[in-house]
Design a protein around this ligand. Structure first.
Ligand SMILES: [Zn+2]
Length: 371
């Protein structure tokens, strides 16, 4: 029997159902795992996503995009296959795609994590025969600290900066990570501000019913916003513009899984880096594979060679699946700023890299992947 899902020039394709999952070119029907720019690209005729992700996908794809939704767990017939979406725990509305055809079930994870995240539904294990997993942080060295501990560290850092009259600048992906961080902050410390690219998505989360603490837009051309007590959530590219000048003296920290690596923190000149990722760490990746019950695993974006080999050593049929997904590129990578795709923020002073996604391929996989 031919594979139910295959990589084609347009993306991951299901011939039996005539649809693509997170296609990288324009297609007639795109099933979307989540709204990050390497998974959701504009221009397709129809999109299908999980209902909780509709506002976020709309923010990314624009007013004219045709977006259909189904609830998590609801089943839909496309061609000869049954399709359902299940929480991936990556960000609001993120879904694993379950595809069943003639008794065989495949699951595509998209990006996912097993950690708790108050801004989205928790990852749900889905039994399948073939499991397609990301491997962004698929090396045994990647083990995440408890997010509650990280929240404590962030708030302590903010409190100390506020006491010294320095504005705290927290750098993170504009979609998903930024909103998760907002939900972790203690608003009694000071005012919270967001870069325009972040704020658009804060509003999309709120419109979807997710609680986030009071977060303000930054008034244009104002000076010394927040009186040195504030915390600003901004995409990494904001550090390359004059946008941050309005906050007076600042201190910056980045929140990313890559902050686990001292070398990355040093190269980014980050005195503080908070280890927080929306991707599975190595132990959770192995756990997710086990929970799927799959006998065959296809490993994509990240340390795919290493993970496939480690899974084969565990007796599974595992192969690398070459795709154009990126996951979270390391911060030293030219394509790593934001997750791209925000396009312009609503602040002319604050350019955000928009094209990075289209130039990203698996060649942006961390160098260590080949070592
Ligand atoms: Zn993602």
């Amino acid at each position: 029997m031919p594979d139910l899902l295959t990589v084609t020039p347009n993306g991951l394709y299901c011939a039996a159902g005539d649809f693509y999952i997170d296609p990288w070119r324009r297609v007639s029907r795109a099933v979307i795992t989540h709204a990050h720019a390497d998974h959701a690209r504009p221009g397709s005729d129809r999109y299908l996503c999980a209902a909780p992700g509709k506002h976020v996908l709309r923010t990314r794809m624009g007013a004219s995009a045709t977006i259909d939704t189904i609830r998590y767990g609801e089943s839909l017939t496309l061609g000869d296959v049954q399709v359902s979406l299940h929480p991936a725990g990556h960000l609001l509305g993120a879904a694993q795609v379950r595809v069943t055809h003639r008794g065989e079930t495949w699951v595509v994870t998209g990006d996912y994590k097993l950690q708790a995240d108050p801004t989205c539904d928790a990852f749900e294990p889905v039994c399948c025969d073939v499991f397609i997993t990301e491997s962004t942080f698929g090396l045994p060295v990647y083990r995440w600290p408890d997010p509650a501990v990280v929240a404590g560290e962030i708030n302590a850092w903010w409190r100390a900066n506020a006491a010294a009259g320095r504005t705290s600048v927290l750098l993170a992906y504009a979609l998903g990570k930024a909103q998760r961080l907002a939900a972790m902050l203690d608003p009694s410390i000071g005012p919270i501000y967001a870069h325009g690219a972040v704020m658009k998505l804060v509003e999309a989360y709120r419109a979807s019913g997710v609680w986030l603490p009071p977060t303000d837009r930054v008034p244009p051309r104002s000076r010394k916003v927040g009186g040195g007590r504030g915390l600003v959530i901004a995409p990494p590219s904001a550090t390359r513009s004059s946008w941050l000048n309005r906050f007076g003296e600042t201190t910056e920290a980045m929140a990313s899984g890559w902050m686990l690596l001292r070398g990355v923190r040093r190269r980014r000149n980050m005195a503080h880096g908070f280890v927080l990722s929306d991707h599975v760490d190595y132990p959770d990746l192995m756990k997710a594979v086990e929970l799927s019950g799959a006998s065959r695993v296809l490993v994509t974006h990240g340390f795919s060679d290493v993970v496939a080999r480690l899974l084969r050593e565990r007796g599974l049929a595992a192969e690398v699946l070459t795709t154009r997904f990126v996951g979270e590129a390391p911060p030293d990578d030219a394509a790593s700023d934001d997750d791209a795709g925000e396009g312009e923020g609503d602040d002319a002073d604050a350019p955000v890299t928009a094209e990075a996604a289209s130039s990203r391929t698996t060649t942006t996989t961390p160098r260590a992947a080949s070592g």
